[in-house]
Write a protein that binds this ligand. Sequence first.
Ligand code: SF4
Ligand code: SF4
Length: 469
Amino acid sequence: MSFNFSQKTAVSTKELFRQAEFDNILKCVHCGLCLDSCPTYRELDDEKDSPRGRLYIMRGLWEGELELEPSVIEPLSRCLDCRACESACPSGVPYGELLEKTRGIILENTPQSLKEKFLRRVLFKGLFRSDKLLITASWILKIYSASGLPKLITKTIVGNFLPKSFVFQQHLLPECSGKSFKRKYADEILPPFLPPEIEVIDSQIQKKNLRVAMFSGCIMDVSETAVHESTLTLLRHIGCEVVVPGNQGCCGALHVHSGDRKTAQEFALKNLAAFEPRHLDAIITNAAGCGAQLQEYHHLFSETNPESETGGKSAENWISFENKIVDVLEFLSRFPELLEKLSWRNDEDTVLYDAPCHLMHAQKVDENPRKLLNNLPGVRLVPLNESNWCCGSAGIYNIVQPELSGAVLNRKIESLRKTLVSNPKATTIVTGNPGCLYQIRAGIRSNNIDIRIIHPVVYLAERLKKNGI
Ligand code: SF4
Ligand code: SF4
C-alpha cells in the first residue's frame, strides 16, 4: 500500500505507521548503548528524551498502543535529529529515517497553532520556494546588519530590555550578500585552472577533466559568499570543470526535519530535474545538512508508491543521483596528488576542528576531511574536545527550542574553552555546515571569545597562494 502524505482521514495511528513502512523499528533491541551519545538525554536525564525512549514511543505508535497526544509528541519534538545515536548503535537502527517519518505523520494528523501555520506558509512554502524572495530577504538582512542595530542590541544596554532569545538571534544572523551565487554563474561551464589531462582512446584524443556541479542551497545561496566562491576556486584548481545549475533549489532538509515531507518531495523532484541531465561525475555540496538530505531523497518516496506520488521517478533515478552527492572536503581528499602540486602557504598555524553531525553521523564522513586539513603545509589540526557532539543548531531547533538548544551550545562553548587552554595560539575554528557555523559563531560572540569560525573550504582557499599552481 502507498503512503499518501496528504491523507487526513479517520485512519488509526497504527494504520498510518504501517503505511509509512516502519518495520526497521524492530532492529532496536533496547540495549541502551546509544544513550550516552545523546545530547538531550545528557541535558534532561530522562529516558523519554533518549534515543531508546523515543524509539519506544515510536514503536508504541506503530503498534497502536499510543496515540498522537502532546505527552507523546513532545519528547519527539525535543530530538535534535543529530543522529549521534545512529553512530553509536550496533544494530543499525535508522533512527533519523524513523524520526522524520514520524514527524511527517504528526504534522499531517495533529492540529497546528495559527502561528505555526502562518510561519510554515510564509517560510517553508513561501521563502524557500522563491529565489526572488530569498534574494530580497538577503538584501533586507544585509541592510539591517549594516544599520548597526544588531550591534546596538547585543553590545549595549538596549539588549537588557529585550527578550534574551531575540538578543541571541542577532548573533545568529548570517552574513547576507544580497546576491544569488547560482544566478551569478547560472549554467556557465567554468573551466579548470589546470590544463586538462589527455588520454588517447581508439586513436581519439580525449580530455580527462571531471565535470562536477555545485549545489548552492537556499540560505547559503544568498549568504556567506566566501564558502561557495572558495569551493569553486578549489574545484577548478584540482582540474574540475564546474557547473552551477540555475534551476536548482532548496534541498528540503529543514522541511523534512519539521515533518513537511510534501514540500521536500517537491524540492527533490526539482533538484533531480536540475542535475540529472548534465552528465556529471559528481554533485558537490559544502553544507553537511544539505548533503545528507540530498543523499537520502529516496526516503521521501516509498518504493510501493504509485507513479503519481514520485513524479514518475524510479528507485534507480534516486540511487544514481544520490551516489553522485559528495561533500566538498571528502571530494578534495580523493585527490591528494593534485592537492600536493598546488602552491600552499607554509606558515605555522593551529586550527580547531568541529565535526558537523550531518557530516559525521549521517554522511559517515569524518577522517578524510581532518586528514586533508592536517596535511596542509604548516597546519596542525586539533579537533575540539567533544568535536563530534551537536552544537544545538539542528536546522531551526535553536529558534523553536531555544532553551535546550542554548544548553547544548553552552556545552560546545565549554569544550571550546577547554581546547583553547591547551592550544592558546589557535585563532580559527573550522566547521563544514552553515547551521553549525552560525550557531557556534553566535556562541563565540555572545561569550566574547576571541576566535573566528569559518568553513574549512574558506580556510583552504586562504592557504592557497595567489595563483595556487
Ligand atoms: S537504537 Fe541501537 S543502541 Fe539504541 S537502544 Fe536501540 S539497538 Fe540499542
Ligand atoms: S538524534 Fe540526537 S538528540 Fe535525537 S535521540 Fe538521537 S542522539 Fe538524541
